[in-house]
Design a protein around this ligand. Sequence first.
Ligand code: SAM
Length: 317
Amino acid sequence: MIDKHGRNISYLRISLTDKCNLRCRYCMPEEGVCKRDHREMMTEEELITVVNVAASLGITKIRLTGGEPLVKRNIVSICRKVAAVEGIKEVCLTTNGILLPQLANDLREAGVSRLNLSLDTLDPEKYAHITRIGKLEDFNAGLKAALEAGFRKIKINAVLIGGFNDDEIEALANLTMQYPVDMRFIELMPIQDHDEFGEAAYVPYSKVLEKLPQAVPVEKDGGVAKLYRLPGALGNIGLISPINAHFCGECNRIRLTADGKLKPCLHGAEEYSIKGLDFDGIKAVFEEAIWNKPAWHGDLDILHRSRAGRNMNEIGG
Ligand code: SAM
């Protein structure tokens, strides 16, 4: 599936739910999500049809995200069915990790290839602050469970927030000395109304390199992160810069929200509904959405906020 700008779209990110067991300040409101009629949301059967359509059009990689994908009652069944779709080579999950002690073994057995875990700080008080309700010990138990279940190439994602965790760049990067994981720093994106984050919170990715002068560049692995490595480390440091060095020219993604809207661009207002359509109907909408994927996300900074029209928990990141 080639879009009108010549990009080959091979990666579908599916948000399974808007709900989450944390309330990260940059992601969702404190009160959680508005209760929605379950008939508005994609069913397991509809999701599997979408994945079959996507695979028939050339999608090879699926990421399941949210909200928090692991709060979905039928998460293991969804993973198993997605992994079984012909043409799907990778099924990845992005999770806060809290429910991994209960689920890691089942997810691995169901065919999940890789996990991305979210962790912004190593300080229990700061973790409780940024997640509003989380406990760092629960994340730690989740990481341990993922490693024990045999997951490899785990990526830990931290949103880089000036004045909050830029003093922990070295400590977070040092996780790659301790565990076989990649540690990735993602620039904070101005989406919806996170008024509490002023200009100083929007730190460029170059700040990470200033703090890690010993890091050496490593060849990219096909993803969007610029890669570095600390001498003697077991994993890489990844820098993801949607703001200061956007990678729209190499974007190979399309997103599906939990209420069945295809979003060709994370920060664009355009959405294409596929809820209630059959295989051929979904296919036609996919083709239209991909063809119309914008060349780039447009200006994105504190003055030009995302035009996504949704909080990140309603898109999937
Ligand atoms: N609940 C899961 C988790 O915690 O990873 C998956 C959903 S979460 C929306 C996916 C990713 O989006 C997380 O790594 C999160 O840190 C990131 N994210 C959310 N809001 C963001 C923002 N405003 N800027 C940058 N990254 C953000």
